[in-house]
Design a protein. Structure first.
Ligand code: ADE
Length: 267
């Protein structure tokens, strides 16, 4: 896969030299290129922004500079995939999810355009959109100073799904079950007693079936406590009797084919 990241702070993206993403680059699984947007300016001050039409606070990033950068970076090189997909991190984008990461991992060429200030002139997405897929993505309901931190998040979430990047693919399989609906259960390692705190006895029992049940129960409890929206989205067909018993204890039941909470939710 090829990924290009364009930013006025290329040094921000140095984290992509590290860990699994860095290794994927060095082994050739990933062709990741970071660019300085100012390389496409043509004035002495290397200006990338200007005041907003219509007034208001802050500055807007200029379409001519971004257009030149993206025209060049998105143009397919001979022998390279033609399906470059532009991702624009912005708090007003669609929320980035594991599902989206899985879809993006199937793309041949991603380009991330990191905006600063009040964002990028809206004509840039329109211009690029005439030839390419364009997705504006938010990594959550909070406002960052620019798209760089969000680009790091998106790149890491996508690259770890590429074949060969994560050493033990079984961990991806286990997670994808989690991603199918529940938060992960709590995990423990040695020593079995630490600061007067014990590892739950069942995990030391060697009884695979009981361990699996315990983990599933804790995942259900955690999800009900922290993310009731995920519980409400569960497919009842994926729940066994023990799951339903745990959920009933927490006030949930299946009503009209949906997992719901409330006065009717008595198993
Ligand atoms: N840029 C600023 N805030 C952002 C967010 N929450 N997600 C993606 N890009 C952003």
């Amino acid at each position: 896969m090829r990924i290009d990241v364009v930013s006025i702070f290329p040094a921000y993206l140095q984290a992509l030299d590290l860990s699994l993403v860095g290794k994927a680059r060095r082994t050739g699984l990933l062709d990741l290129r970071v660019h300085d947007l100012r390389d496409w300016t043509d004035d002495r001050h290397r200006t990338v922004d200007d005041t907003p039409f219509g007034g208001g606070a802050g500055m807007v990033m200029r379409p001519d500079v971004w257009g030149a950068a993206l025209d060049e970076v998105m143009r397919p090189a001979p022998g390279e995939p033609v399906d470059a997909h532009l991702l624009v991190p912005t708090p007003s984008g669609r929320t980035f999810t594991q599902r989206m990461a899985e879809e993006l991992a199937g793309d041949g060429h991603l380009v991330l355009a990191c905006g600063r200030y009040e964002g990028i002139d809206a004509r840039v997405a329109e211009h690029v959109g005439a030839r390419h897929r364009v997705s504006e993505v938010s990594i959550g309901d909070y406002v960052l100073n620019g798209g760089e931190a969000a680009a790091l998040v998106v790149v890491e979430a996508v690259v770890r799904l590429l074949p060969g990047v994560v050493g033990n693919p079984a961990s991806l399989v286990e997670e994808s079950h989690g991603a199918a609906g529940l938060l992960e259960y709590p995990v423990y390692t040695k020593p079995p007693t630490w600061e007067g705190l014990e590892v739950p006895e069942v995990l030391l029992s060697g009884h695979h079936g009981r361990v699996e049940r315990w983990r599933r129960d804790r995942a259900l409890e955690r999800t009900a406590e922290r993310r009731p929206d995920l519980v409400a989205a569960l497919d009842p067909a994926t729940l066994d009797r023990a799951d339903l018993a745990v959920l009933a204890r927490l006030g949930w039941s299946v009503v009209d084919g949906r997992v719901s909470r409330g006065p009717d939710a008595v198993a």
